[in-house]
Design a binder for this molecule. Sequence first.
Ligand code: ATP
Ligand code: MG
Ligand code: MG
Length: 551
Amino acid sequence: ETTSAPNFIRNQISEEIEAGRQGKIVTRFPPEPNGFLHIGHAKSICLNFGLAEQFGGDCHLRFDDTNPAKEEQAYIDAIKEDVSWLGYEWAGDVRFASDYFDTLYEWAQHLIREGKAYVDDLSPEEMREYRGTLTEAGTPSPYRERGVEENLDLLERMRTGEFAEGEKVLRAKIDMAAPNINLRDPILYRIRHASHHQTGDTWKIYPSYDFTHGQSDALEGVTHSVCTLEFEDHRPLYEWFLDNLPVPAKPRQIEFARLNLNYTLTSKRKLKLLVDENIVDGWDDPRLPTLSGMRRRGYTPASIRKFCEMIGVTRADGGLVDIAMLYHAIRSDLEDNAPRAMCVLKPLKVVLTNVAEDFAETYRVAGHPAREDMGVREIPFSRELYIDRDDFMEEPPKKFFRLAPGKEVRLRNSYVIRCDEVIKDEAGEVSELRCSVDFDTLGKNPEGRKVKGVIHWVSAAQAVPMEVRLYDNLFTVEQPDKDKDADFLEHLNPESLTVVQAMGEPSLADAAPESRFQFERVGYFCADRHACRDGKLVFNRTVGLKDGWAK
Ligand code: ATP
Ligand code: MG
Ligand code: MG
């Protein structure tokens, strides 16, 4: 039904293997534990783990943990849980870039001895000035020609904490006139007097991303180091380290276009702000595009993997992906796999005046119209029901085929009823409908007339009360962070969450946390992972029924 989009990295590896140029492949997913994973990370996870799966290789999970100030164990735990939830298994133990700190330090000393690194005392501001611009070559630092012994001694004293943060850095000695600014003596180590979640207080210096990433890949035998396009300009540096250090392997960096979704933010930093400012209810708020938020919202791992397959992998930036594609992916999964139930979101009481007080019958209805394995559910019928307020109109327009004064409608799986009387409360609001049943309509059309509309309902006595959370996009514009100077919070959707007190059919009474349903005529819903407990029913709307996205 949905075809997979092109994936140039998969094609490339496939060619390499066919040509006999590539043995077992090794990939890695390298998150920094400074926040929760989002749908953009899912693209990278599905790509890296997917390649390993497809070509019989390994994919490592490696935490890129070189910035202790922003990192936390809680993020490590959440990231591991999300990757597992998506259905992937990393090869071997979880790895950490910090596992390689000793080796990286020796390699820094190696570069110093080779005359390819030096300790620099310039301040960050001075360093920026000396670096030059795209059109102007940089100026060498006055500390660039320090001798090997002095550099080794200073680096060691940086490591043991003798200097303050920002006082000194270790830089590679490459080329201050290189057209690629990343090669103008990039920083290898910074002083940070911070405690690290893995290494504690052992280190007072931490390696830069560039000095860590490729070497970690090499140490792990990664063959294809897949990353997003912002790192394209770093590739010459990635290769410079591999060429100038005694690394055991030569991985290759391949860049692809990152995922950007409309009405959404895919930046950990901005998502963290929403969490820290209490604009949302934690990292797993169902409105967030975090994997844990999407999980709580009711997304299945299969739907996220399918979405990632649908969007494909290209080198060229494909612009904004329509969130409707994501909705399509979950909807088609749940259409096939979610059992059905009736639930009335805005209950309006209906009294069936020609049904006796003690009348009771039960319908046995398929759990899913096409899935016998989902069994049957029992739906009780009685004198008092709830229907949805939106299925009644006092003064209906012409094409309104639901309930109205004097009009008939079919109750799904049950009889045709007619609305005889509308009862209002003191405020003039409709509070109850008096209706009558045509008993000759169970499983058959009424005599001599057509009844077009079918509405859902629940029997009042057996209905189970529940809280239902209706979610909408968190932002009202397609690209909330488009204008870099403006505050993306200005585009928050004030109606991103609506909570209603609903009434569900009794089969929902035992809904387990995270169980998913199609509420007929309404949408797809998932029992909240946290709140749906101890007899309390709380459902989150995953997505509506209508598919706006053309297949
Ligand atoms: P953010 O900007 O949200 O902080 P990041 O790239 O800094 O993301 P990392 O933890 O470094 O976050 O990301 C781990 C991996 O996920 C990287 O290889 C990165 O390229 C990839 N990744 C992050 N965001 C996206 C995205 N939107 N689309 C595809 N891949 C992504
Ligand atoms: Mg990153
Ligand atoms: Mg980041």
